[in-house]
Design a protein around this ligand. Structure first.
Ligand code: FAD
Length: 489
């Protein structure tokens, strides 16, 4: 085994810092991405293979890895990409245009995760001959065990398969191999750490550097184990081994945009609001990758453009959804502007404060929270990657410090507990075992009233007393859409 593969294994993977992006595995004779029994994709060092022909053994895998802290950090990479003159903000990175909005076509908007701008923009880039292909996440058509994977699209119809956010593990090694094998100009969608991995890889791989012409980023809170989707679906009676598909972002007429639902197996009779499920709130962070606790990038600072949810008033009141958009390329800002003028998209200017405010919780967790987590590892004398954030216990008070550490423990414990519950085939076992730590978290964070309101028992009673109206609403929505009637506001 070469030295950098050994370091990757001993430091990044063993330390829980691997995000399973696959950058180290493309073209490697020894690195591969495997799914663990915790539903996480992770790099693994295996027996050397000679096919496909290794292209990368001479490369330093630690430099390519986005989580090792060895290669250039996001700020350095972004400066190289966007130049020293483009305006920069410590929270959102470089920015050429900051907007908020949505696509005008109602069907496309309702079919997207937020405002549907990502799919629209990718379609425009294809139509305007700025790219030949899009690599993005679609329902898995390659077989295997994962429900989603990166795939290639080159038309609007293809692109539509990938709409919506995938809160499910995916990796890039196969799609990057496809890009290496197939000449053309590509755009690729990426969460912040995947975008950083791409940039680090492109520094060393001239073929990928030539072919990937745009990285289209998504704002990111954190990545989830496959257990997240399984847990949601199991609450609706779909057991993990019965889950074949899941829509994580089902929009509900009349609700605010952040009150979305999930739909397992494309069966809307099984759809339910996320908030009706015990501890499914993103703040509690069940099933989060350990590695996400050591990321300091929310706005995909190395992507050419980044889209997120407009979790700000008045936009979040509209169930159809809106995007926040930070563009870092004049040519992409021009596409947006032309779309606005033509009426294809509805856009308004937004301020840095607006977009920062829309992600304020995520930014706090990734910045002051990260400082605490780094200081904690340092105190324990453990290896950890170099970050842009300095280790510190002193930026926050003791209560806040405890909260951050508690969140980390809770997500780790949820994964271990779900693995056990899955093995004994009981969702109740999971809920019973995790309800104590979740209660303790809410109690510390918000006090007794909220802790009781969010408790497993109360959620269960609510579910028994209140019928799940989501399937009826979705049924009515489909019906009125079919009949061409206006949908509820
Ligand atoms: C794991 C994850 C966490 C997120 N966390 C936040 C958050 O905390 N705050 C926030 O404001 N926004 C977050 N987002 C982004 C948000 O959910 C929307 O994806 C974004 O606003 C784009 O919406 P849209 O309607 O323009 O996208 P759509 O038009 O629906 O298109 C989405 C595009 O993204 C691609 N895609 C989906 N999942 C992935 C993935 N995992 N990796 C790469 N490409 C993918 C799809 O293939 C599709 O091309 C997150 C997204 C993901 C995937």
């Amino acid at each position: 085994m070469n030295k950098s593969a050994q370091l990757l294994k001993d430091k990044v993977v063993a330390g829980g810092f691997c995000i399973g992006c696959g950058a180290c595995a493309i073209g490697s004779a020894v690195m591969r991405i495997v799914e663990t029994d915790e539903g996480l994709l992770q790099a693994q060092v295996g027996e050397p293979v000679s096919s496909p022909a290794p292209i990368r053994e001479e490369m330093d895998l630690m430099t390519i890895c986005p989580m090792s802290g060895v290669g250039d950090d996001e700020t350095v990479l972004a400066k190289q990409l966007f130049g020293p003159d483009l305006e920069w903000n410590e929270h959102i990175g470089h920015h050429n245009a900051i907007r908020v909005g949505h696509v005008a076509n109602q069907k496309d908007r309702e079919g997207g995760s937020s405002g549907g701008i990502t799919t629209w923009l990718l379609g425009e880039m294809l139509q305007r001959n700025m790219i030949d292909y899009v690599a993005h996440v679609i329902p898995n058509q390659l077989g295997g065990t994962g429900l989603f994977a990166f795939g290639i699209s080159s038309s609007d119809a293809d692109l539509a398969r990938g709409r919506k956010s995938t809160y499910y593990p995916v990796e890039m090694s196969s799609i990057l191999q496809t890009i290496r094998n197939t000449p053309g100009r590509y755009a690729i969608t990426a969460v912040p750490c995947f975008s950083k991995a791409l940039r680090l890889l492109m520094q060393q791989d001239p073929v990928l550097n030539d072919r990937i012409v745009f990285v289209v980023g998504t704002v990111c809170g954190h990545l989830k184990s496959r257990f997240f989707g399984e847990y949601l679906a199991w609450n609706q009676g779909v057991k993990p081994d019965q889950l074949q598909a899941i829509d994580f972002r089902t929009k509900i007429p009349g609700r605010s945009a952040n009150e979305y639902a999930f739909t397992p197996n494309r069966d809307y009779t099984k759809a339910a609001l996320n908030k009706s499920v015990f501890a499914a709130n993103w703040e509690v962070s069940l099933f989060r990758y350990d590695a996400c606790e050591f990321c300091d990038d929310v706005f995909a600072e190395t992507a050419d453009i980044v889209m997120g949810d407009a979790w700000i008033m008045p936009y979040q009141q509209d169930w159809r959804g809106n995007n926040i958009i930070v563009s870092r390329r004049a040519e992409l800002s021009a596409v947006l502007e032309e779309g606005r003028v033509s009426g294809a998209i509805v856009l308004s200017n937004a301020s840095i404060e607006d977009v920062v405010h829309s992600q304020v919780g995520g930014l706090r967790h990734r910045r002051e929270g990260l400082a605490v987590r780094l200081a904690h590892l340092d105190q324990e004398g453990k290896w950890r990657p170099r970050k842009r954030v300095e280790a510190s216990f002193t930026q926050v008070d003791d209560a806040r410090k405890e909260l951050y550490l508690r969140r980390t423990q809770l997500s780790r414990r949820s994964i271990e507990t779900f693995r056990f519950a899955r093995s004994v085939g009981s969702l109740t076992v999971f809920k019973v075992l995790i309800s104590g730590p979740v209660f303790a978290y809410y109690l510390r964070r918000y006090g007794l009233k909220r802790a009781i309101r969010e408790s497993a028992v109360l959620k269960m009673i609510r579910r028994l007393l209140r019928p799940n109206r989501i399937p009826f609403i979705l049924h009515a929505q489909n019906k009125s859409a079919l009949e061409g009637k206006p949908l509820a506001k």
